[in-house]
Design a protein. Sequence first.
Length: 263
Amino acid sequence: MHNNGKAAAAEPRTPTQAVDRALSMLVLLAQRGPSRVTELAGELGVHKSTASRLMTALEKFRFVEQAGSRGKFQLGFGIVRLAGATTAQLDIARESHPICVRLASELRGTVSVSVLESGGATAVVQEPSTERNWIGLRVPLHATASGKVLLASFGFEELEEVLRQPLARYTDNTITTRGALTADLNRVRDRGWATASGEFERELRSVAVPVRGPGGRLAGTLSAAADAEHLQAADFPYVAGVLARAAEEIHERLRHLAGPPNP
């Protein structure tokens, strides 16, 4: 059996190579518009069978879709969904930043806006900037105030999936039992804000409230954090009130940004 170097190199040898080629296909579709698999295979220098398998994987997640009945493919709605999620995160970060600057001065603590990402809470804004930069870092939902606000918004099935998993312990104060976490989330829903006292980091206390998007759905959280000396349990209700009013400001800014609702 004859075998040449080009044919041998045509199949992805590593997951990274396959990902590179799949992403290259998306870039080509963005540049060329609707294209046939054979055309894309030629551009990438791979066998048609390889390109077909990559296209099938992309189609599964709706990153591509068939363009009519002529055997061509185009970018799919999955790309729009990802872009929409990114835009929403950029919007909430941009619109909340000046409010976070004001709150950090008023509350004399670290003020953050976080969003749900890959099963954790990820900060997209932090004020003031410190040596401990939390932006882009994913923290656990059950051990942080922001995470509890996000968890409290979950539907029954989503929450059940979380509660079925072991809850990691980070400090002696971390909630690690289903019953205790469920009770805490019920309190979050009843009063509209969450707290965490030394549950992720021993000396850190925080308060968080929900931030609503233009349609009223949860867009993220607004939180204030400080060490136990500067943020005591007796301060929680006051801080929660300040944050709630600021969250409503952010909501109004996002609503204005989105424009008037469709008739």
